[in-house]
Unconditional design. Structure first.
Length: 425
């Protein structure tokens, strides 16, 4: 259900609710205009990204003294398989757990703490799970292809500070030894439009792959309907040790402009420059441009419909310019029955897909299409268990059919999901 606009709290995780709450203190700033500290709880998403105010929120909430605490989680476990010569099969688990704490600092400011962990170093395997046409990061010193890499144990450890300024204006500072810079849409593990889908998008490294960066500092100027952010961050992709902090001196920057013109819509455009993002090619700089629109609205008395359209463009000094387009949707009909789907088009090079020298300099039009169904099994205390299935097809470009061994390989996953229950007030 939509979040109330004035309730003590913290930041919430998209799809299962990670958002800032306002506080009860009244100041001259709050009395004169909508308070930056009282923006809708459901707006905050991964890192400092915004999502529509109509996003449902969930989690376990308690207060102790002036601190407000919340726990969120979303975990998937099941059997995933991909067809064709480059496909594979395995049991895999994905997801995250998040703890947040928040308290007011005086009448016009707020402090927030976040810790988010992933089980994937244990549950997704060293080289991740099979996902045709996926690319990015490494395993055993080799570039991964047709696999989704596991996320690090530490997905976020961050401090936020929000200060109300003149009426209707505010300032926010986000500092994280591991966190997300202001680059791209809400990260796919946290988008409400992907809440029932356990697998990543094949355009991940064109849209939101910087969502785990080891060293982030972001400053933002915000109003009730818009936010302008600047980030200084470590642009190097995480290494193969998924248990540690890959700290480096920040060398990259990003900027993002986000607007929430209505309760149902959030849109962003962002740009980032990473001079040394790839550990195998540390001298290869990368420019990334993204744009996205999210639309959320309630369905009936207990359902919700969330959709995202996104575009990403990578400009590499040696690898050329490539684009990615994504449309995904998650239709919760009644709190129990959920339909979801995703369509993607991504331009990938021979370098991305780790092809033989005979393909050198080629770019391929890759497509990913998937649909799925999740059945929630009711609320068990603070959790909602569910069982689901996902089916995908990846039409293979003609030039690659000898490599992939099929024209239309089929993939899928059957899984269990455990998510936080809707928040009760």
């Amino acid at each position: 259900m939509p979040a109330p606009d004035h309730e003590p709290g913290h930041d919430a995780a998209p799809g299962t609710g990670h958002s800032h709450h306002g506080h009860d203190a009244t100041s001259s700033v709050e009395a004169d205009a909508p308070s930056i500290l009282s923006l809708p709880m459901a707006r905050e998403a991964s890192g400092t990204a915004w999502q529509p105010d109509a996003t449902p929120h969930s989690g376990s909430h308690l207060s102790t003294g002036r601190w407000s605490l919340m726990f969120h989680e979303q975990l998937f476990g099941g059997y995933v398989g991909e067809g064709g010569a480059r496909g594979a099969h395995r049991f895999a688990g994905t997801g995250w757990l998040m703890l947040m704490a928040q308290r007011p600092l005086g009448a016009d400011s707020r402090l927030g703490l976040r810790l988010m962990l992933s089980p994937e170093p244990l549950t997704a395997g060293g080289k991740g799970y099979p996902l045709l046409f996926q690319s990015g990061e490494t395993y055993a010193g080799e570039r991964l292809h047709d696999r989704q890499h596991p996320h690090d144990l530490f997905m976020e450890a961050a401090v936020t500070y929000t200060q109300a300024l003149a009426p209707g204006w505010g300032f926010q500072l986000y500092a994280a030894p591991v966190g997300e810079p202001a680059l791209g849409p809400v990260a796919s593990p946290h988008r409400a439009s992907a809440a029932a889908d356990p697998l990543a998008a094949i355009g991940h490294h064109w849209l939101d792959s910087s969502h785990i960066s080891f060293g982030v500092l972001t400053a933002a100027l915000l109003t009730p309907t818009a936010k302008l952010e600047l980030s200084w961050f470590n642009g190097r992709e995480p290494d193969e040790d998924r248990w540690d902090f890959d700290l480096r001196v920040p060398d990259s920057y990003a900027m993002r402009l986000t607007t929430n013109p209505t309760r149902n819509v959030s849109a962003q455009v962002s740009y980032g420059y990473m001079p040394s993002h790839d550990p195998l090619e540390p001298d290869e700089p990368l420019h990334r441009l993204t744009a996205s629109v999210m639309y959320h609205r309630p369905v009936g008395t207990a359902g919700h419909w969330a959709s995202t359209a996104a575009f990403g463009r990578n400009v590499g000094e040696h690898s050329g310019d490539t684009n990615a387009f994504l449309v995904e949707t998650n239709l919760d009909l009644d709190g129990r029955n959920v339909l979801f789907g995703r369509a993607e088009y991504v331009e990938k090079t021979d370098h991305d897909l780790v092809l033989a020298e005979s393909f050198h300099g080629s770019t391929f039009d890759t497509v990913g299409l998937s649909v799925g169904y999740l059945r929630n099994l009711g609320t068990w205390g603070d959790f909602v268990p569910g069982v689901g299935a996902r089916v995908s097809v990846n039409p293979v470009p003609e030039q690659l059919r000898d490599v992939y061994g099929a024209t239309l390989p089929v993939g899928g996953m059957v899984y269990l999901r455990l998510a936080s229950a809707p928040m009760r007030h």
